[in-house]
Design a protein around this ligand. Structure first.
Ligand code: GLP
Length: 259
C-alpha cells in the first residue's frame, strides 16, 4: 500500500519532500531525480533551494516526465522552459544535467526510444515526483494508457487541454499531442512521490489510491509499486475512506523508516 501523508499545507508538503530529496542526494551524489511540471511540485522545488544551496549537485541527473509535441522549446509554457525556470536555474543545475523529452516533430518517431535509453544509461530514476491530473493522469498518460507503456507520443484529452489552457492564451493554442514517459517507465523508478493539493484533485486521488487498478485511472498504477509516498493536503485527501488510518499510521511511524 502507498504511504499516505496528510499535511496542513502545500508548503508543508514541499518541505517534507525536499527533505527526502536532500537526504537522497547527500547519500548518493549522483542521484537521478524524476521531475514533474504543473503547479503541484512547485513547493518542492522552492523548498529544495535552501536545502541544496551548500550541496554539491554537479553529479545529480534529472529527467522530466513529459513535453508537448510541436511546441517551440523557447515558448514560455514548453515543459523545457518550465523546467529551466523552476528547477534548472533556481537550483543551479546545468541544462545538460536535466533531460526533457524532445517534442520536436523532427525525429519524433524515435524520441521516445531515445529518452528511454537515456534514462537507462543514467541507471534509472531514484525518486520520481508526480502530480495528478483531474482525470487521474500522471505524466501525460491519459485514461486508457497501458500499464506497460514506455515513453511515447499521446493525444491529449480535451479535458487536459482545457485544464492546461490557463497557461496559454486560448485552448486552441494548447498542443494536441504530447510525448510522455509511460506508466511502465514511471513504475520502474525506485521511489514514487505523488503530490496533490486542493478539492479539485480529491476525486482523482481517491480513485487512484482506493479504487480498482484500472487503465481508466492511470494513477491507480501506483498501487502496483512497492515504494510510494503520497503527500496530500486536507482538501485533496477529503474523499479518502481510510484517511484516519493513514493519519494514525504516519503519527506512529517508526523514526528509522524515513519516507
Ligand atoms: C499536466 C502535467 C502533469 C501534471 C498535471 C497536473 O497535465 N503533464 O504532470 O501532474 O498537469 O497539473 P497541476 O499540478 O498544475 O494541477
Amino acid at each position: 500500500m502507498a504511504e499516505v501523508v496528510i499535511v496542513e499545507s502545500a508548503a508543508a508538503a514541499g518541505a517534507l519532500v525536499a527533505d527526502e530529496i536532500a537526504r537522497l542526494i547527500a547519500g548518493r551524489p549522483d542521484a537521478v531525480l524524476g521531475l514533474a511540471t504543473g503547479s503541484t511540485p512547485l513547493p518542492v522545488y522552492e523548498a529544495l533551494r535552501p536545502r541544496l544551496s551548500d550541496v554539491d549537485t554537479s553529479r545529480v541527473r534529472a529527467f522530466a516526465l513529459d513535453e508537448y509535441v510541436g511546441i517551440d522549446p523557447a515558448h514560455p509554457e514548453s515543459y523545457r522552459s518550465v523546467i529551466t525556470r523552476e528547477v534548472v536555474e533556481p537550483l543551479g543545475f546545468t541544462p545538460e544535467q536535466v533531460h526533457v523529452p524532445n517534442g520536436s516533430t523532427d525525429g519524433i518517431e524515435h524520441a521516445g526510444d531515445d529518452y528511454e535509453a537515456a534514462i537507462t544509461a543514467a541507471g534509472g530514476v531514484d525518486l520520481q515526483i508526480l502530480g495528478i491530473g483531474t482525470d487521474g493522469h500522471i505524466g501525460f498518460n491519459e485514461p486508457g494508457s497501458s500499464f506497460a507503456s514506455r515513453t511515447r507520443v499521446k493525444t491529449l484529452t480535451q479535458r487536459t487541454r482545457h485544464d492546461n489552457a490557463r497557461f496559454f492564451s486560448s485552448i486552441d493554442e494548447v498542443p494536441m499531442h504530447c510525448i510522455t514517459q509511460g506508466l511502465g517507465t514511471i513504475l520502474a523508478a525506485r521511489h514514487l512521490v505523488l503530490l496533490a493539493f486542493g478539492e479539485g484533485k480529491a476525486r482523482a486521488v481517491a480513485a487512484a489510491l482506493e479504487g480498482p487498478i484500472s487503465a481508466l485511472v492511470p494513477a491507480s498504477a501506483v498501487q502496483l509499486h512497492e515504494h510510494v509516498t503520497v503527500v496530500l493536503d486536507e482538501a485533496a485527501a477529503s474523499q479518502l475512506k481510510l484517511a484516519d488510518y493513514y493519519r494514525h499510521a504516519f503519527d506512529n511511524k517508526p523514526a528509522w523508516q524515513g519516507l
